[in-house]
Design a protein around this ligand. Structure first.
Ligand code: ZN
Length: 123
């Protein structure tokens, strides 16, 4: 019955102490619970913030470049301005099969290896 007794032993997700009592307990007490939750929040911020910064930068580059409805632009120029083509918020596929990479309200379509089309989202 050794394996069963190991299964029964649950450890606090925060401090790793053995938990006693109700089997659905995950923490020793509220202090451990709040430590754990704070750490999780901080951990998520570590992933979310850098990506948000890249998206914000991309959006700012696109909004400076695309002052009208649409503009053709060399990929080189986008990159020189700090645009990061690896990050986008969503995709939009047109009926003709083109895929626009959106960064919020700006879409980017690759026309060829060197030229991109930037559009402000149509209504
Ligand atoms: Zn604990």
């Amino acid at each position: 019955m050794l394996s069963k007794s190991i299964e029964m032993e649950k450890l606090c997700l925060d401090c790793g102490e053995t938990l006693r009592g109700r089997s659905d307990k995950k923490f020793c007490d509220d202090q451990c619970r709040s430590n754990y939750n704070n750490r999780m929040k901080a951990g998520q911020q570590c992933c979310i913030r850098p990506v948000n910064n890249i998206l914000r930068k991309n959006h700012s580059v696109l909004s400076k470049i695309c002052t009208g409805e649409k503009v053709r632009i060399k990929k080189e120029v986008l990159l020189l301005n700090g645009f990061n083509p690896d990050y986008h918020t969503h995709l939009h596929q047109t009926q003709s099969g083109n895929t626009y990479f959106f960064c919020y309200d700006y879409g980017v379509l690759k026309l060829n290896a060197e030229v991109y089309l930037v559009v402000k989202r149509w209504a």
